[in-house]
Design a protein around this ligand. Structure first.
Ligand code: SF4
Length: 690
């Protein structure tokens, strides 16, 4: 019997990292067990320390680890160290972070000396054929490498030549793969508190050149049956509590008829188990009607992701991407606002894509912000292995300049093995200079502070009532930063400096820096290696919230007063002052457990809760009271549990808060408000109504 250890490694040292159940390796393991039965003994791992301890104790025949851009170096370093301890061990990697061109595939094996085989493309069949070969070869590496293995690559180290077996067509009937949940393979990981993820289909019909799934190989969409998905969801629901999130890894969830049926199941589970109320998905690029129906069925648990990557037609042509139309985007945003207050419409842009200019990028952001998208996530262009974008031809055509940086939060030390992940990002191209890149990043930071997840929503809506573009307010706040108070300017400048400081010119330069024992400790100790954007956003949501709010409010007041008659100036100042206090108590994120559990009461001259209930569509002056009225701000039980669960899981350092903001829906962390007298006691009369 071949003893096989498989893993999807977790950088767990400081409580952050890829905290998901290892479902993809679970698929491969379940498929292998089904096909080979008692010929194999398979165990799964997530924590490197557990794997190291078990490998030392039990001496497996083969260790196979996943290869994603966020686990590559850790998997490779561990395999090398296992191989040093036991030269007879067979080592394998598999996953999408594998180069596309033959020469770079050879280089992959040179760089990863501890890796004997890499499974190519969809993993189940390739890993099965490799295991069969090893059984035939009685676990002997040189015998196993006599001839190509279907679905697998390896380097013949004697001749330095790549041996690439033909790859398999993708599985048509996905139910051929037993469920890693229903077979119990995921039980230990649910018990560890890792977030459940499911997959209802595989493949993507779109062809984006920056994405691994953009290749023709992935075009056809294959599905798991609804019965299977239902059984998995029920199995998970019985083992989690309501504050847990669910991740659905489909590339276009909500675009297909079956997704509606899946959402009906989710709705039933919400009724029976109060779970799931936070579902992380990438939703479909068209069929707004279906995506909206999915969000409605799940009571808004499922956010509507409307990734555009760019709003410029020329850029979209260059990356062979089709977006949902602008009208479709607007319709989806409006639909989202009807659903629930925690349902988000979010979009993403990537910068700098081929053909994008700073002006076209800014005008795309303006279009998205001003259509009231709840969140516009700015990604940098990561040059992923196995994508057309990272190929030589594309780099040359668009004169891409790239740099290397650590993957935020993915570093650690395990059993003497220190590792951190690096990724290659594009920072300039023929139409976008490095200075443009820094300017764009500064703007992204300001959007995180003033726009993302409805940060400061009320002031944006107030400005809109005066015909002022919320985006223009954000951009003006950036442009006028040199005159901002020191406390704000310093954070902005520190962000720009950190953005440049995380980059190295080449993989070799970055590797040399990290290989120095002292330098890697800077990451292991948490002094370097954060997600810069989210760490600084966390600062703005917590300790610096007041300073950024006051600065933004000052600019907003200036803009609103500028276009209004002098006689309105005092009223505008009073109203914006009230809006600022309301935002402060509602949207600042507290870290102190006592503060989290307490409520705050503040008096307002306007009926802020009614203005909010009317979605800020009428002038605030319509809501003025004759006398101030108290409003209470506090978290309800579900919010409290969710927040405390997130703090426990990821911590309250700025790095941890940054991760919480990335991995959870921050709209859950906006305090509930209630007007004094809401239940019929002492309700004063509105001035406008009297
Ligand atoms: S980016 Fe999304 S839509 Fe484009 S190919 Fe990848 S998965 Fe498909």
């Amino acid at each position: 019997m071949l003893k096989i250890f498989m893993g999807d490694m977790l950088y767990s040292g400081d409580g952050v990292g890829n905290r998901m159940c290892p479902m993809p390796v679970g698929f491969v393991a379940a498929f292998l067990e089904k096909r080979l039965g008692s010929a194999v003994d398979v165990r799964l791992f997530k924590r490197p320390d557990d794997l190291i301890e078990a490998a030392d104790r039990e001496n497996p025949d083969m260790i196979a680890l996943s290869n994603y851009s966020w686990t590559h170096n850790l998997s490779s370093s561990l395999l090398r160290s296992f191989k040093e301890k036991n030269p007879n061990l067979i080592t394998v990697m598999g996953g999408p972070n594998y180069p596309r061109e033959m020469e770079t595939q050879r280089e992959f094996f040179h760089r990863n000396a501890g890796v004997d085989f890499h499974v190519y493309m969809e993993g189940e069949q390739g890993f099965l054929s490799l295991t069969e070969r090893l059984i035939e070869a009685e676990g002997d590496l040189s015998r196993a490498q006599q001839g190509a293995v279907a679905g697998v690559h390896f380097l013949d180290r004697k001749t330095d030549s790549l041996v690439a077996g033909h790859f398999f067509d993708r599985l048509i009937e996905l139910d051929e793969i037993p469920s890693p949940y229903l077979t119990g393979l995921m039980d230990p990981f649910l018990e560890m508190g890792l977030q459940p993820m499911i997959q209802t289909n595989r493949g993507c019909p779109f062809t984006c050149t920056f994405c691994v799934e953009g290749q023709a190989y992935h075009t056809k969409v294959r599905r798991f049956s609804l019965d299977r998905i239902t059984a998995e969801l029920e199995y998970i629901a019985e083992r989690v509590t309501p504050e847990w999130s669910l991740s659905i890894t489909d590339s276009n969830f909500g675009m297909y008829e079956q997704d509606i049926e899946t959402c009906k199941v989710l709705r039933r589970l919400q009724d029976e188990y109060s779970w799931p109320f936070d579902i992380v998905v990438s939703s479909g690029k068209n069929r707004v009607d279906r995506v909206t129906e999915c969000a409605r069925l799940t009571r808004g648990a499922l956010s509507i992701s409307l990734q555009v990557q760019s709003m410029d037609d020329e850029v979209l042509k260059n990356i062979r991407r089709q977006n949902i139309s602008v009208d479709g985007l607007k319709e989806a945003v409006e639909n989202t606002q009807e659903l629930s207050k925690t349902t988000r419409a979010f979009s993403a842009v990537i910068v700098p894509l081929p053909g994008e200019t700073l002006d076209s990028h800014i005008s795309g952001l303006k279009e998205l912000v001003d259509m009231d998208m709840d969140y516009v996530c700015p990604f940098q262009l990561i040059l992923l292995d196995d994508t057309e974008m990272s190929g030589t031809a594309s780099r040359q055509e668009f004169q891409m300049v790239s740099k290397w940086r650590p993957v935020p939060n993915y570093y650690g030390e395990f059993g003497g093995v220190k590792a951190l992940e690096m990724e290659e990002i594009c920072v300039a191209n023929s139409t976008f200079s490095y200075d443009d890149y820094l300017e764009a990043r500064g703007l992204h930071f300001m959007m995180q502070c003033y726009h993302s997840d409805d940060a400061m929503l009320e002031i944006r809506h107030y400005l809109r009532l005066y015909g002022i573009s919320p985006f223009d307010w954000i951009r003006k706040s950036q442009i006028e930063m040199p005159g901002a108070p020191e406390s704000v300017r310093k954070i902005y400048d520190d962000f720009i400096e950190a953005t440049g400081a995380e980059l190295w010119d080449s993989r070799e330069e970055a590797t040399d820096f990290f290989r120095s024992a002292d330098n890697i400790d800077l990451f292991v100790n948490g002094e370097l290696g954060d997600n810069v954007l989210f760490k600084f956003r966390a600062i703005c949501m917590t300790g610096a919230f007041r300073d950024f709010l006051d600065y933004g409010i000052g600019i907003a007041t200036e803009m609103a007063v500028e276009g209004a008659p002098d006689s309105d100036a005092a009223r505008i100042r009073e109203e914006i002052g009230e809006v600022a206090r309301y935002i402060y108590h509602k949207r600042r994120l507290p870290l102190d457990p006592t503060e989290i559990q307490s409520t705050v009461e503040e008096k307002f001259l306007h009926d802020m809760t009614a203005w909010e209930a009317d979605r800020h569509t009428r002038p605030l002056s319509d809501y003025r009271w004759n006398e101030p009225v108290a409003v209470t701000f506090g978290y309800d039980e579900m919010q409290l549990n969710k927040l405390l669960h997130a703090y426990k899981q990821l911590g309250t350092s700025m790095q941890g808060i940054g991760m919480i903001v990335r991995k959870h829906n921050p709209l859950y962390f906006v305090r509930e408000t209630a007007r004094a007298g809401y239940y019929g006691i002492d309700v004063p009369v509105r001035a406008s109504a009297s």
